[in-house]
Design a binder for this molecule. Structure first.
Ligand code: NAD
Length: 511
């Protein structure tokens, strides 16, 4: 079985075949459903997790709040030392944890490891932040007054994450939440529970090494019931949600209804524009990685390719050749670039999307087949696919979370930018060009309307140092670097009168 074959990975991370407890609030427990974890390579059950319930969540909220009272009093640079221990613990576990991501989510090993590396990177970033997070000192209009801003923790950050980045999404939120003095409760995707248990174990040990309460970083695995309870609970001072636009729309409304704060990281429909003055070789390599990598299951995957008419045929010929050479297979095998889709439902979504392409008069130019024969037949494997469509087709408006790249042509730069912007999502976008005026137009007010605006690099593969997120139906949230940390804080505007008199603002004379 998969468990026996990879026993050393599971054992290194403290996981068993059965009875893995899926709730942590300082103690490991679980009173919910027993949920199997499948390997998408063959749909075999690898191990089982005893998940949590809304009751477990309730206790976890209490435990996190107690722990946070201690944590918030620890000076930020001291918190930074704890983050350093977490970082070192993840470095030690980089290989087995990266492998577990491949086994449970299905992405290729370098990407599984890369995702753990992102968590390591953001912990280093948080250590830096611990000595550089600063508030403003503002000139007061009144004599003998000082005005300044304070950034204090919100309390508890609820984190609901998607299946496709089972480590990094939590990592980004956890690192910034902790360094700003908050506690966290994590509800991962139900299909990646094993990874979340392994991560929580590693983090808890680091907290323990510093004599900090381990319940500061709680975990409640489970499904929609646990997710909905967390969203409704006003003890989740910030609700950071990563997932589909459909669910995110409901989450945003519920959190707004209780005047909580939310951070929404939702679906994308990312495009690359290829101009006739760019390096086509570079563009082709970038497109292949962005459209086929992670089997098309990144929020930043390139889904639309907008090519200047005169270079379309040359580029597409090159891409077709490259697509044919992509090895599809077991994500742990050397040389494989495209692993399976995460679930059987995703295979159905792939089929449906291709049927719609045909129904709307589009054409499949390479790929297009579910791999249901040969050694891969028991897994969720599909051929990476390119289509030829028109930008006004309905299929191009939606995010199918599978490796399908829709290609189309344009004549003028204005037209290309309009096509890029003419979808409801606004996550990531790229242009390939060597023309400086094209570059500055693209990043300016009449350019891309996305949160991520790239030049001569693909839509995916963001660095942690920048703010990550998107506009419109992508939800508007920003995570990770730049000043994203401020969202995990309450801002205080403080005016201190040291004059002994009481001059009023706006020159008001009262009585
Ligand atoms: P999903 O929306 O189905 O599930 C996301 C999470 O929400 C899961 O943990 C799920 O259990 C939970 N959930 C489901 N219904 C809920 C409800 N009513 N209330 C509260 N929680 C609920 O998404 P998915 O299939 O796991 O992930 C794929 C999607 O995530 C894609 O659309 C992708 O673009 C998006 N995504 C976005 C980003 C980003 O940063 N913008 C990153 C990764 C993934």
């Amino acid at each position: 079985s998969t468990f026996d074959k990879h026993r050393s990975v599971f054992e290194a991370l403290g996981l068993d075949k059965t009875n893995n407890k899926g709730v942590f609030d300082g103690e490991w427990k679980g009173s919910g459903e027993i949920v199997p974890s499948y390997n998408p390579v063959n749909n075999e059950i690898m191990a089982e997790v005893i998940t949590g319930t809304p009751d477990d969540l309730n206790t976890a909220f209490e435990k996190v709040a107690e722990a946070q009272k201690i944590w918030r009093e620890l000076p930020a640079p001291k918190r930074g030392h704890v983050m350093l221990t977490m970082r070192n613990a993840l470095v030690e576990n980089l290989q087995p944890l990266g492998k577990l991501v491949s086994l449970e989510m299905g992405k290729i090993l370098p990407e599984g490891i890369g995702e753990v590396q992102e968590y390591i990177d953001i912990l280093e970033y948080a250590l830096g932040l611990s000595r550089t997070m600063q508030g403003a000192i503002i000139p007061s209009e009144r004599p003998g007054h000082a005005m300044l801003e304070t950034w204090n923790p919100l309390g508890t950050i609820g984190i609901i994450s998607a299946f496709n980045f089972p480590v990094a999404v939590y990592g980004w939120n956890c690192a910034i939440a902790l360094i700003t003095g908050n506690g966290t409760i994590w509800k991962p995707a139900p299909t990646t529970s094993l990874v979340s248990i392994a991560v929580t174990r590693i983090i808890a040990k680091a907290l323990k090494d510093h004599d900090m309460p381990t319940s500061l970083c709680a975990l409640v695995t489970g499904g929609t019931d646990v997710g909905q309870s967390m969203v409704q609970d006003d003890r989740a001072h910030l609700l950071s949600f990563t997932g589909s636009t459909e669910v995110g729309r409901q989450v945003g409304k519920v959190v707004q209804g209780r005047f909580g704060k939310s951070l929404l990281e939702l679906g994308g429909n990312n495009a690359i524009i290829v101009t006739d003055d760019c390096d086509l070789d570079l563009a082709a390599r970038a497109i292949l990685f962005a459209a086929v990598g992670t089997a098309g299951q990144r929020c930043t995957t390139t889904r639309r390719l907008i090519v200047q008419e005169s270079v379309y045929d040359t580029l597409v010929e090159r891409l077709k050749k490259a697509y044919k050479q992509v090895k599809v297979g077991d994500p742990l095998d050397e040389g494989v670039l495209c692993g399976p889709l995460h679930t059987k439902q995703a295979v159905e979504a792939y089929k449906k999307a291709l049927e719609q392409v045909k129904a709307e008069g589009g054409e499949i130019i390479t790929g297009g087949r579910v791999i249901d024969d040969g050694p891969l037949k028991h897994g969720n494997f599909v051929e990476p696919t390119m289509t030829r469509v028109r930008p006004d087709m309905k299929i191009v408006q939606h995010e199918a979370f599978v490796p399908i790249l829709h290609t189309m042509t344009y004549k003028t730069l204005d037209e290309a930018i309009a096509i890029n912007n003419n979808v409801k999502q606004g996550l990531s976008s790229s242009i390939f060009t060597s023309n400086p005026s094209t570059i500055f137009k693209w990043i300016g007010p009449s350019g891309s309307d996305c949160g991520i605006i790239n030049v001569n690099i693909p839509t995916n593969g963001a660095e942690i140092g920048g703010a990550f997120g998107g506009e419109k139906e992508t939800g508007g949230g920003r995570e990770s670097g730049s000043d994203s940390w401020k969202q995990y804080c309450r801002r205080g505007t403080c005016t201190i009168n040291y004059s002994g008199a009481l001059p009023l603002a706006q020159g008001i004379n009262f009585g």
